[in-house]
Design a protein around this ligand. Structure first.
Ligand code: AMP
Length: 587
C-alpha cells in the first residue's frame, strides 16, 4: 500500500472534529488496507511503530528534521528555520517546502507503507557516534520520494507530533465497524485490554474475525491494562454497596507493578506500561524464586521499607528507585517489598475471568511468602464496625487506607476498567471533602511579583476518554515550592506549543500551551459548577462545566501515570454528585 493513501486519510481525520466521522473514515480505510499492512497502519496512525509497552520511542529533534528538509528541498537552512520559528511545526515546514509530488524516475522508488515503516525503524534504532547523521539520511531518503502531504506526516511522526485523533477508543470503534458489529465492540475492547497491543488486535480481527478475537488470552510478556477502583465517602456506604459482605485489603502507598514471571525471566511493568524491571531487579529475581509455578502474572504494590526497622515508608522513598543512575546503591540503600494483591495468570490459565475469592486463594498457594515477597493483608468483613477496625489497623500499619473487594461470583478482573467491584477508601476522605485528583498540565501562566520570569500558575485538565480530550478544571497556583517553580520549564517545556493542542478543550487561555504529558496530584476543597472550565460541560447544568475550588499541588508528580490516566471527567462528575448538597439533582 502507498504511504500517500495513509497520508490522505490522516488529512481527512485531521479536518473533522466529529468522532463518528473519524470512525467511519478509519473503518473505510482499514477495510481497504492490505491485511499485511494493517498492523503497521494502526501503529502509524497513532504516531508509533510498536505497542506502548515497547521500550523504544521514535524521537527526532526538530533541528535534525529541519536539516533533512533543507537538504531534500534545496531550501536554505535559514529559510527552513525561519519557517519553523513562524509555524512551530516541522510537518508544516516540510509540507510548504517540499511542494511537488516527485515523478517516479530511475533514481526514486515508490513510498510504500512498508518502506516507511522500515526506514522509521532504522531511525529509531540509530545509535552511536554518528547517529544524528544517520537519522538525517534515513529521513531524507523518505522525503526525497514524498509529496507535500506525505512530508507533513513523516515529519510529525518522527518528532512525536502525530495527533490526528486516532485514539485507542476510536480505532477500536473503527475495527468493529470494519470487521464486526456494534455488539462485538466489548469483546474487541477486552482483547485490547488484555494485550495492550492495538495493532495486534487489528491484525487478529482482520484475519480471524470475532472467533479469533474471543479466544485471545492473557499472555506472559504482554501487559494487561490494570483494573481500577471506585471510591465512596464512608465505610458503611462501602459495606452497603457490597451487599453487607466483602473482602478488605490494606491499601499500600507505593508503586503498582504488574510482574510477568516467565520460566527464566521476569519483566515488571508500571501501570503506564513502562518496563520497571531495571528499577526493581531484586524484586524481579525474588519473584522468580518464590513462585511455585513455571509462569504467572501477578500484581502488587512495591513499597520502600526502613532498612533497620522494616517499617513501611511513604511513597516518595520508593520513587528513588525510578532514577536511572546509581541503581546498585539504590537497591542497597532503599530496601523494597512487594505486597502482592492479585494474580491474572498462572501455569497456562487465564485467571481474569475467575472470581476474586478464588484468585486470592491461587495467589496464596502459588507463592512462598517471605523476605521481600509479601502478600497484602486481607480480611473478610461483614459489618461497618469490622470495616472501621480494619481501616484503623491499616492506618496504624502506615498504609494510606483500604481497598474493599467484592466477594461475589461476578468479581472478575476487569482489565482497564474502573468499577464498584473494588472500592477504595483513604485517610484523606476523612479530612477533606474530596479525594485528591491527578490532573494533566495543559497550559501555564507567567508569574508576577515574586514569580516574575517564571511560570506562576498552571492550567490543569481532567481526561474525557469518550472524546479522547482533556477538559480543564482549574488554574493551579498553590503548593509549589521554590525548587518546583524553578524546575517547571525543564519538566514542561518539551511539550510547549504555540497554539492550543487538538486534544485540549479549554476556554481559559494560558500564556503557553502544553501537549498533555505531565500529571500532577492536586487536592481541593470542593467541586463547583464553573462558567469557564470545560470538564463535563452541560452534563450537570446547561452552559456550565465543573471546576475545582482552592486547588493545591501536593508535591507529587505522578510520573507513573500517562495523561490519559489522569482523573477522568466521569470521576469528577461522580465526586460532584457525592458532595452533600452540591448537585442540582440532590434534594
Ligand atoms: P488510586 O491510585 O488512589 O486510584 O488507588 C488505586 C491504587 O492503589 C492501585 O492502582 C494500586 O497501585 C494501589 N493499591 C495499594 N494496595 C492495593 C490493594 N491491596 N489492592 C489493589 N490496589 C492497591
Amino acid at each position: 500500500m502507498l504511504y500517500s493513501e495513509l497520508a490522505e486519510t490522516f488529512d481527512r481525520l485531521e479536518s473533522t472534529g466529529s468522532r463518528l466521522e473519524m470512525t467511519s473514515i478509519l473503518a473505510d480505510f482499514f477495510r481497504r488496507t492490505d491485511r499485511k499492512d494493517l498492523r503497521t497502519v494502526i501503529y502509524l496512525s497513532q504516531g508509533k511503530l510498536h505497542p506502548d509497552f515497547y521500550p523504544q520511542v521514535l524521537g527526532m529533534a526538530d533541528k535534525l528534521v529541519l536539516k533533512a528538509i533543507s537538504s531534500t528541498s534545496g531550501a536554505s537552512e535559514q529559510k527552513t528555520e525561519a519557517l519553523w520559528v513562524e509555524t512551530g511545526d516541522p510537518g508544516t515546514v516540510a509540507e510548504r517546502l517540499i511542494s511537488r509530488k516527485k515523478q517516479t524516475t530511475l533514481f526514486s522508488e515508490e513510498l510504500t507503507v512498508d518502506r516507511v515503516f522500515k526506514r522509521l525503524t532504522l531511525i529509531e534504532n540509530s545509535g552511536g557516534k554518528d547517529s544524528q547523521d544517520k537519522k538525517i539520511d534515513h529521513l531524507s531518503n523518505l522525503l526525497h520520494d514524498s509529496g507535500p502531504l506525505e512530508a507533513r506526516y513523516l515529519c510529525r511522526t518522527v518528532t512525536g507530533r502525530m495527533r490526528v485523533g486516532a485514539g485507542d477508543m476510536t480505532i477500536l470503534d473503527a475495527l468493529a465497524e470494519a470487521f464486526a458489529t456494534k455488539e462485538d465492540r466489548p469483546s474487541i475492547e477486552r482483547a485490547f485490554n488484555i494485550t495492550c497491543d492495538i495493532g495486534l488486535v487489528g491484525e487478529i480481527i482482520a484475519n480471524g474475525g470475532m472467533d479469533a478475537i474471543r479466544s485471545v488470552k492473557v499472555t506472559v510478556g504482554n501487559p494487561v491494562k490494570v483494573m481500577l477502583a471506585e471510591r465512596l465517602p464512608s465505610i458503611p456506604e462501602i459495606i452497603e454497596r457490597m451487599g453487607g459482605r466483602c473482602a478488605m485489603e490494606y491499601k499500600y502507598d507505593g508503586i503498582r507493578v504488574q510482574a510477568h514471571i516467565g520460566k527464566d525471566s521476569v519483566r515488571l511493568f508500571s501501570r503506564r506500561l513502562e518496563d520497571l524491571t531495571s528499577n526493581f531487579p531484586d524484586i524481579a529475581q525474588s519473584l522468580r524464586t518464590h513462585c511455585k509455578s513455571s509462569e504467572a502474572i501477578i500484581e502488587g504494590e512495591c513499597v520502600a521499607v526502613h532498612p533497620e526497622t522494616g517499617f513501611m515508608l511513604p511513597f516518595q522513598n520508593v520513587t528513588h528507585r525510578r532514577k536511572k543512575h546509581g541503581m546498585d546503591d539504590a537497591v542497597r540503600d532503599i530496601p523494597v517489598r512487594i505486597f502482592m494483591f492479585d494474580i491474572l495468570y498462572e501455569g497456562g490459565n487465564d485467571l481474569t475471568s475467575v472470581p476474586y475469592g478464588q484468585r486470592r486463594k491461587i495467589l496464596e498457594d502459588k507463592f512462598a511468602i517471605g523476605g521481600m515477597i509479601q502478600i497484602s493483608s486481607a480480611k473478610t468483613i461483614e459489618s461497618a464496625e469490622e470495616g472501621e477496625k480494619f481501616f484503623a489497623s491499616a492506618l496504624a500499619d502506615r498504609c494510606e487506607g483500604i481497598m474493599a473487594k467484592s466477594l461475589s461470583e461476578e468479581s472478575v478482573y476487569r482489565a482497564g476498567s474502573r468499577g464498584f467491584l473494588w472500592i477504595k477508601y483513604k485517610k484523606d476522605y476523612q479530612e477533606s471533602l474530596t479525594d485528591s485528583f491527578d490532573l494533566a498540565v495543559v497550559g501555564a501562566f507567567y508569574g508576577m511579583g515574586k514569580r516574575a520570569g517564571k511560570y506562576g500558575a498552571l492550567l490543569m485538565a481532567a481526561y474525557n476518554p469518550e472524546y479522547g480530550r482533556f477538559e480543564t478544571v482549574c488554574k493551579l497556583g498553590t503548593g509549589f515550592d521554590d525548587a518546583f517553580l524553578d524546575g517547571m520549564p525543564e519538566l514542561l517545556d518539551g511539550g510547549k506549543r504555540e497554539t492550543k493542542p487538538a486534544s485540549v478543550d479549554a476556554e481559559m487561555i494560558p500564556d503557553v500551551w502544553f501537549e498533555p504529558s505531565v500529571v500532577l496530584e492536586v487536592t481541593a476543597a470542593e467541586i463547583t459548577l464553573s462558567p469557564v472550565h470545560t470538564a463535563a460541560r452541560n452534563i450537570i447544568a446547561e452552559g456550565s462545566g465543573l471546576g475545582i475550588r482552592f486547588p493545591r499541588f501536593t508535591g507529587r508528580v505522578r510520573d507513573d501515570k500517562l495523561p490519559e490516566q489522569a482523573t477522568s471527567v466521569d470521576e469528577i462528575t461522580e465526586m460532584f454528585r457525592l458532595q452533600p448538597g452540591s448537585s442540582p439533582d440532590q434534594e
